[in-house]
Every structure is written in C-alpha cells, then in structure tokens.
Design a protein around this ligand. Structure first.
Ligand SMILES: CC(C)(COP(=O)(O)OP(=O)(O)OC[C@H]1O[C@@H](n2cnc3c(N)ncnc32)[C@H](O)[C@@H]1OP(=O)(O)O)[C@@H](O)C(=O)NCCC(=O)NCCS
Length: 149
C-alpha cells in the first residue's frame, strides 16, 4: 500500500498543500475524539515552519515548528497517516524540524506529547519535564518533554 519513495519538504502557509495539512490533522489528531481542527487557532502558522511528507502529491505526514521567544522552539502537530506509520516518516520529520531549529540558533526543543507517543520521543532523546495532564482540546493525557539540540 504505502509507496516506497516519500519526499520530505516544506509546506507554505495558505497553499493547497497547506489545505491538505488541515485534513490530515483533522483525521489523525481531532476526529477520533469528536473534535475538529477548525477549532484550532492556526493564524500563527504563517510564521511557523511546516514540514510535510509526500507520497507523490498526497500529504501523508506532518510536523510543525513554532519559534519561541527564548532559545527554544516547539514541535507541534506531529501526525502520520495511519497507513504510513512505522516506516521512519515521523522520525524524518522530527529530525528535519530539529535541524531547522538548530540552524536558526535554537538550543532546545520542547513539545507536549500524547501519552502513547512518549516512547517515540524518548527514542529521539527527549525527556519528560512535566506530569501527564489532560488538555482542554482532546480527552487524552499529554506531558511536556524537551531535548537539548
Ligand atoms: C507518533 C507518530 C508521529 C510516529 O510516527 P511514525 O512515522 O510512525 O514514526 P517512525 O516510523 O519514525 O517510528 C516509529 C517506530 O517505527 C520504527 N521504524 C522506523 N522505521 C522503520 C522501518 N523502516 N521499518 C520498521 N519499523 C520502523 C521505529 O524504530 C519506531 O519504533 P518504536 O515503535 O519501537 O518506537 C505517529 O505514530 C502518529 O502520527 N501517531 C498518531 C498521532 C500522534 O500521536 N501524534 C503525536 C502527537 S504528540
């Protein structure tokens, strides 16, 4: 089913590829909990870095980077199409975000991990910095993690 060749590239805010990110995020991160991506305020994404994984023209994975004011950046919205998981795509996206943060002079990455994704981030060198908490947007526990770049 999944194609062998996956391209990792930047997505520009407001383009057709950006529209695909809304659909993917809705399907992977919101719809299973009866929520909608339309509830998220995404205006700030004009300033964020969005990295997509493409099988041909189809978006099959996403991760975004928010530039924080201090020496840190925050990885957000990591979402891989269910049919394309366990193939290293999430790792490639996360590494691309980390490299971009490093090149911009950031020394730390932070993120708010879903409980089930914590082992994935631990394998990438992240450590827990907070307790598991249920955020307002979806009813599953998340915990803050960070990594020195
Ligand atoms: C968490 C998530 C982003 C990880 O993405 P992914 O593309 O599946 O991640 P990877 O394939 O890079 O790594 C996952 C596992 O596959 C393994 N893997 C990587 N390449 C592989 C390959 N070619 N063949 C087999 N396994 C492979 C990795 O070693 C890793 O092992 P683990 O399960 O023991 O951790 C993805 O599962 C997802 O979108 N989940 C749902 C949404 C979510 O929870 N997002 C995170 C919000 S904080």
């Amino acid at each position: 089913m999944p194609e062998a060749k996956i391209d990792i590239r930047e997505i520009e805010y407001g383009t057709e590829d950006y529209e695909q990110t809304l659909y993917l995020r809705h399907e992977v991160l919101r719809r299973p909990w009866g929520r909608s991506i339309a509830e998220d305020d995404l205006d700030h994404e004009a300033n964020d870095l969005l990295i997509g994984a493409f099988a041909g023209e189809k978006l099959v994975g996403l991760g975004t980077l928010v530039w924080l004011e201090d020496d840190a950046a925050q990885a957000r919205y990591m979402a891989i199409d269910e049919a394309y998981r366990q193939e290293g795509i999430g790792s490639r996206i996360l590494e691309t975000l980390e490299n971009a943060a490093r090149e911009a002079g950031k020394s730390k990455m932070i993120l708010n991990a879903r409980e089930k994704a914590i082992p994935f981030y631990e394998k990438h060198g992240y450590s827990l910095t907070g307790e598991l908490k249920v955020p307002p947007f979806i009813p599953i526990p998340h915990a803050m993690m960070e990594k020195n770049l």
